[in-house]
Design a protein around this ligand. Sequence first.
Ligand SMILES: [Zn+2]
Length: 214
Amino acid sequence: MSEAGEAALRDEIARLGRSIFDRGLTHGSTGNISAKVDDGILVTPTGSNLGNLDPARISKVDWHGNVLAGDAPSKEAFLHLGMYRERPGNGAVVHLHSTHSVAVSVLADVDPRDVLPPITAYYVMRIGTLPLVPYYAPGDPQLAEAVRGLASKHHALLLANHGPVVGGSSLSAAADAVEELEATAKIFLLLRGQKIRVLENAEVADLRRRFPVK
Ligand SMILES: [Zn+2]
């Protein structure tokens, strides 16, 4: 990737971070965004606020997490590296502490193999299946292992009592998917206790045929 290409990607991460923060999709210094470059990934720095990123200071780490440029990376960079290792087609990963998704990650009565029902077509098209990753403290190497174990089959994961991690072919694809997940989590919570019709198996299968999730 050229220097200009990397600079453009840094700008895109900062723009996306601001958009996410301004819409309240993550708060304080939570959440992190990464994008793949030739020799590793660009990832938002530790303690950074997504609404106020300096593109030049965004961290660049190699595939082992060693810092190549910029500030020290997020403590959660290992989650991102685990996703890229298992998903060579992914160009970006977004991890948020978005309120409704976190709320769902705390519920005791969900199916850990697939947390949310197929409420809407767009949820099926952009997320599909959402496994729950068991709870580990932030920074625990077992969390990275658990993420890697699921990432080869799933581009979207929900960390229990924590939040979503979603990969995509590009920053905009990953952002679209994590936003779809957050909107669906909100709808799911709005409907708790109500009688609802979710999409039938045949409808879900038809969507998967027409719009395979990447
Ligand atoms: Zn987190």
